[in-house]
Design a protein around this ligand. Structure first.
Ligand SMILES: NC(=O)c1ccc[n+]([C@@H]2O[C@H](COP(=O)([O-])OP(=O)(O)OC[C@H]3O[C@@H](n4cnc5c(N)ncnc54)[C@H](O)[C@@H]3O)[C@@H](O)[C@H]2O)c1
Ligand SMILES: O=c1ccn([C@@H]2O[C@H](COP(=O)(O)OP(=O)(O)O[C@H]3O[C@H](CO)[C@@H](O)[C@H](O)[C@H]3O)[C@@H](O)[C@H]2O)c(=O)[nH]1
Length: 295
């Protein structure tokens, strides 16, 4: 019988849970491995939830051995740029050591395919846009550096142990499941669009704009947003490419168009009809000015 079981680390989180839905729609049997530090048990609607910690190598080996998945989709990570500057060891441990443990467990059981959640933060401030996959990697914060280190480790894992991987470097994930089965629910919430929508809904008093003297058209940072369901579909395609023998590779996932923070605020005011308040704060030193991707 063909093995259709996949292990999804971080499958109770935002992008992981949307991907579980797409995997299930495409006939895969999903096992989620998540410590629920940021995710939600109620987001695991399309598979089995195994509560576990990336840093617990014995448990990871046990779960990989129990289900013997054909592949691992590895979302679980710490993923806040600002926090990574304040707590770099947490980011290197959770992201780099956590991924080493996933790879070690895969090697131990003989699983040799991995789809990895990388990020456009591996590029740092771009020297040209749109950013292509061959753009130099000069990350400017510990979060981006942790993901860039993992990509290096993945190349070594292929060379030494034949573990094939596809790293998907997403730009900014946005939106929610069109059927409203799941959505974005982070605590604390730091992402721009949910904070803007909370302000328009009068749950928050104002939106802080972090910095207005970046070298962009209006001085605010520029980001390229991609819908979370498009990201989810790309993961299924990456899994199928690995199954078809595609070599270790990396791909950007963005729309190719960047919008400034002021663009996003103007559009949210127009769509909601609420001219909500904004205030300026100092820009975050680890924040890249422009992210405009390549779809
Ligand atoms: N959201 C974005 O815009 C974006 C953009 C680029 C890359 N990414 C990457 O995509 C992945 C998913 O991002 P997200 O926005 O869905 O984040 P998220 O925080 O919603 O999901 C991460 C999940 O991993 C789990 N987790 C974290 N550390 C763990 C550990 N040590 N052991 C077990 N489970 C653990 C959390 O509980 C959570 O459910 C991350 O790797 C992130 O770096 C996200
Ligand atoms: O209240 C806010 C929140 C954010 N921002 C700015 O808005 C932009 C987008 O911020 P945010 O939504 O927090 O996303 P990023 O910092 O770009 O990081 C996200 O997108 C990255 C890819 O670009 C991923 O790797 C990260 O995991 C994910 O958190 C940045 O310039 C922030 O400085 C504000 O001005 N005010």
């Amino acid at each position: 019988m063909v093995n259709r079981t996949v292990l999804v680390t971080g499958g109770a989180g935002f992008v992981g849970s949307h991907t579980c839905k797409e995997l299930s729609k495409n006939g895969y049997s999903v096992v989620v491995y998540d410590n629920l530090s940021m995710g939600h048990a109620e987001f695991v609607k399309w598979g089995v939830l195994e509560i576990g910690e990336l840093l617990d190598l014995d448990k990871l080996k046990f779960i990989v051995g129990k289900y013997k998945p054909l592949a691992v989709l590895h979302f679980a990570a710490s993923a806040y740029v600002g926090e990574s500057i304040k707590k770099p060891f947490l980011y290197y441990r959770n992201n780099v050591v956590g991924t080493l443990n996933v790879l070690e467990a895969m090697k131990h059981i003989g699983v040799n395919k991995l789809v990895f959640s990388s990020t456009c933060a591996v590029y740092g401030n771009p020297i040209e846009t749109p950013i292509t996959e061959s753009h130099p990697q000069r990350p400017i914060n510990p979060y981006g550096r942790s993901k860039s280190m993992i990509e290096t480790i993945l190349a070594d894992a292929d060379a030494a142990y034949g573990i094939k991987s596809i790293s998907l470097r997403y730009f900014n994930a946005a939106g929610a499941d069109p059927d409203l089965d799941i959505g974005e629910n982070h605590n604390p919430e730091t992402h721009l669009i949910p904070l803007i929508l909370d302000t328009a809904a009068e749950i928050r008093p104002h939106v802080h704009i972090y910095g207005n003297n970046y070298n962009t058209k209006d001085g605010t940072c520029v980001r390229d947003f991609i819908h979370v369901t498009d990201l989810a579909r790309a993961h299924v395609q990456a899994l199928e490419a690995l199954n078809d023998g595609h070599p270790t590779d990396s791909f950007n996932l963005g729309s190719g168009t960047g919008y400034s923070i002021l663009d996003i605020i103007a559009e949210a005011r127009r769509l909601t009809g609420n001219p909500f308040h904004t205030t300026y704060k100092r820009g975050d030193p680890g924040s890249r000015s422009i992210d405009s991707g390549y779809g």
